[in-house]
Each structure stands twice: as structure tokens, then as C-alpha cells.
Design a protein around this ligand. Structure first.
Ligand code: KIV
Length: 428
């Protein structure tokens, strides 16, 4: 096999200095997969020093599922090649090894991805490093941590080892996480664009909450949301995160009337959205039993259950009195025995959350319920700081998107008024 390595003279140039480290992921799911990986590494070594390799790992194909499993291997290299030149070199190797298949996410003889680069971010038309899918693929995170334990993802400025968690793809993963003391991160989501961003993060699982009534529709409570509206939003979220475990809230009066009607409504959610589970508020023992019997995974929700706001008279802390706390513990145990696979605890004292979490085998997911829950959930709009007028005590704002968005809008308007936008470069 002949490879025309156009960059080779640069690597062995006068100063002979090795400049960059890269982590590459080799993949193959056609032909002699191991041989393709070995040949790719051998060819890379013509122009780079191979510092470390992972074992070869079999992985499920990403996005397009009806294709053979991939053989993947991570390698840490040192080379003088810039990212653009390394990419050219990689393309030559792929061509020389006989890569014929080029469908995005499709089957291929050999694929070499640059996933990490000397602790820097690199972006051009042809290449984006860190690779946009690093954070979404748990085995890529594992490879990176194995090859370079302190590697940072420069897009989000977080160490890979802090994102290196087992993904949730099925209900038994919730139980696994609880048993292994791994906290579960949950975020709500209501639309395709944010879902697509979430699919590129290590967030454990997604909830299409009926809180969309408040933050998406501007309603004063969650009561008006319909089943059709929940299904509409859940479909959009599923399109944005095709591989996430997604739970969908059952809206007000879609599960309170009768177990039979509930099974039908929950069935509609699962069938029409392709999501994985439903959540219902309150204690509906017989209904949950029937749903679980019909193979519908159910997440429970106790404490402040916003669909009962008219009964509660507000959104304040629940279970302040001892009697209410005993009752909540009993309710939690009863939801577990009815078959719930996890349970949201909202706006209750932290100590009570700890007591319930200790008593249950299934994980608790807290919101306004302190640090003792097995996981935490936040409404994504709150975490992003989209509404500058909403800052309850239990929310931590990780961004100030309200000012980012308004600044962008004002700058755009000013540019239009000044006839500065669009420029020649932005015109045809
Ligand atoms: O609707 C919702 O977003 C929720 C979470 C806050 C738990 O139920």
C-alpha cells in the first residue's frame, strides 16, 4: 500500500520539534475491522509518535442503529502537524485503506476522528475539535480519560473525568446509579434546539415537564396543558435527542379519571413520541400498578405537585409538620411498591428527602428538596437564566441567557438601523 504523506517533511523538519498532542478515535464496522484499526495506527505512526492506545472496544452504532457494531480504539499521539494538516493526513490514510462508504453516521471500513487537541479548541469549516459528540458518547469519554486523565473539554471547560458517567438508556440504569451512589442529573426540555444541545452533553436523562405551561406557554399554572400539547413537545425533544432516556409528564386530568383511561393516554405518549417513560403526580396506586402491568415505565412525583396548586393554594414548602412527613414517607413507599422506577420529590425539607431516599430502593430526584436526593432536576430555562424575573431559592443559575439574548437582539437592531447588516460578505 502506498501512502503519499504530503506533510511528512514538516514532521521531520529541521527543528524536529513535536508540538501537539491529539486524541484520535479509530472506528471500523466493515471488513476485517481489527486489521483496519491496526493499519490505521501503523500509518499514523509514519507522521506521529503514538504515546498510548486503549483496548479495542465494540460499540453500538450512533444514530443509525441498523448496521453492524463498530470496533473502536482511542490513541494519544504527538505530532508537529497542525489540526488542518493532520486532517489531510487522516483523509489520505482513510482513502489508502480503501474507505468507500461516506454516509454520515453510516457504516465504514475505517474512520479516524480527531476528538481532542492539546487542550485547545479548533474550529474551521472542515473540523471541530473537541469533537461535537465527545460528551454524548460515554465510551469516547472513557477513552479520553484513560489516555489523558486530566483532559479538559475546551468547548465547555469541564474535565472529561467529571463527565465520565455511565449513561442512562433503560430503567434499570436508574437503579444501578442509586446502588453505586452515582447522583443522577435531570433537566427539563421542551423543544428541538435545546434537545439537540442536551444530546451533546453528559446529562443523564431528560424530562418533558408540564412546566412547559409556565415557561413555554406563559400560563399561570400547569393545569391548561393538554395531552396533545405534551405529545407535540415530546416529539420535538425526541428528534433533538434520539438516544436519550426521555420521560414525559402526563398532564392534568390525563391520569386522574380512571386507570383504563390513564393506560390509554400513557400508551399514546409512548407510541406517538418514541419517548421512554411517563411521570404522574400524586398517589394513584391502582393506576400505576395497571400502567406497570401494561409495561409502561412510571416516574412518581410527590411533595409539591404543581397540578394540585388550587388545592395547596400556592407553591410553598410541603410536609413541614411531622404528620405530613410520615404520610409522605408512606406515600413514597407505596409508589415504589406500585412499580415506579424513580420518583421526583419537590419542595420538601432536605432531612425528609434524606429519610425517604434511604428507605427507597428506587432513586429520588429532588427539586427544592435539598442535597440528599439521589438525583436533581431543574427546569432548563431556570438554570440558563432565561427569565430575569424568576430567581427562587432552590435554583442555581448557571448562565445569564436573558442578558446574552437581549444584548444580541439590541446589537442586531442597531446594525440594521445603521445599515451595517447585512454586509457584503453576508450578501449574494
Ligand atoms: O414539570 C416539570 O418540569 C416537573 C419538574 C420540575 C420535576 O415536574
Amino acid at each position: 500500500m502506498s501512502i503519499n504523506i504530503s506533510c511528512r517533511e514538516h514532521f521531520f523538519g529541521k527543528d524536529g520539534k513535536v508540538k501537539y498532542q491529539y486524541i484520535l478515535i479509530l472506528g471500523s464496522n466493515l471488513g476485517d475491522k481489527k486489521e483496519f484499526l491496526n493499519l490505521a495506527a501503523a500509518n499514523l505512526s509514519l507522521n506521529a509518535l503514538i504515546l498510548k492506545k486503549t483496548e479495542i472496544k465494540k460499540t453500538k452504532a450512533f444514530h443509525i442503529h441498523n448496521q453492524p457494531d463498530f470496533f473502536n480504539q482511542g490513541i494519544l499521539i504527538e505530532t508537529k502537524l497542525s489540526p488542518e494538516k493532520l486532517l489531510l493526513f487522516i483523509k489520505e490514510i482513510e482513502r489508502d485503506l480503501g474507505r468507500k462508504h461516506n454516509v454520515r453516521y453510516g457504516p465504514r471500513e475505517i474512520d479516524i476522528d480527531i476528538v481532542w487537541y492539546s487542550g485547545e479548541r479548533y474550529k474551521s469549516d472542515k473540523l471541530s475539535v473537541p469533537h461535537t459528540q465527545n460528551r454524548a458518547r460515554s465510551w469516547v469519554r472513557e477513552f479520553i480519560v484513560e489516555l489523558k486523565s486530566e483532559a479538559v473539554d475546551e468547548t465547555v471547560k469541564v474535565k472529561y473525568k467529571d463527565m465520565n458517567v455511565k449513561p442512562i438508556t433503560k430503567i434499570s440504569d436508574f437503579l444501578y446509579k442509586k446502588k453505586n451512589g452515582e447522583k443522577i442529573s435531570v433537566l427539563t426540555c421542551y423543544d428541538y434546539s435545546i434537545a439537540k444541545l442536551l444530546s451533546k452533553t453528559s446529562v443523564d436523562t431528560v424530562l418533558v415537564g408540564d412546566s412547559l405551561a409556565n415557561v413555554f406557554q406563559g400560563r399561570k399554572n400547569t393545569l391548561p396543558v393538554t395531552l396533545d400539547e405534551m405529545i407535540y413537545h415530546a416529539k420535538a425533544v425526541r428528534r433533538g435527542c434520539p438516544d436519550a432516556f426521555i420521560t414525559v409528564d402526563m398532564p392534568f386530568l390525563s391520569f386522574q379519571v380512571s386507570p383504563e383511561e390513564t393506560v390509554k393516554n400513557a400508551g399514546r405518549i409512548l407510541k406517538e413520541t418514541g419517548c421512554d417513560a411517563v411521570k404522574i403526580e400524586g398517589v394513584f396506586y391502582e393506576t400505576i400498578e395497571k400502567m406497570v402491568k401494561a409495561s409502561i415505565p412510571v416516574m412518581g412525583h410527590l411533595g409539591l405537585t404543581p397540578q394540585s396548586v388550587l388545592k395547596f393554594g400556592g407553591y410553598g414548602l410541603q410536609a413541614k409538620q411531622k404528620e405530613e412527613q410520615y404520610k409522605l414517607i408512606e406515600d413514597a413507599l407505596s409508589l415504589q411498591s406500585a412499580g415506579c422506577f424513580s420518583m421526583v420529590l419537590e419542595m420538601i425539607p432536605a432531612a425528609l428527602t434524606g429519610e425517604i431516599s434511604k428507605k427507597l430502593e428506587i432513586p429520588t430526584i429532588g427539586i427544592g428538596a435539598g442535597p440528599n436526593a439521589d438525583g436533581q432536576v431543574l427546569v432548563i430555562n431556570d438554570l440558563l437564566g432565561i427569565d430575569e424575573d424568576f430567581s427562587p431559592k432552590f435554583v442555581r443559575k448557571y448562565a445569564d441567557l436573558s442578558s446574552v439574548i437581549m444584548t444580541a437582539v439590541e446589537n442586531y437592531c442597531a446594525d440594521v438601523r445603521k445599515k451595517d447588516f447585512p454586509s457584503e460578505k453576508e450578501s449574494f
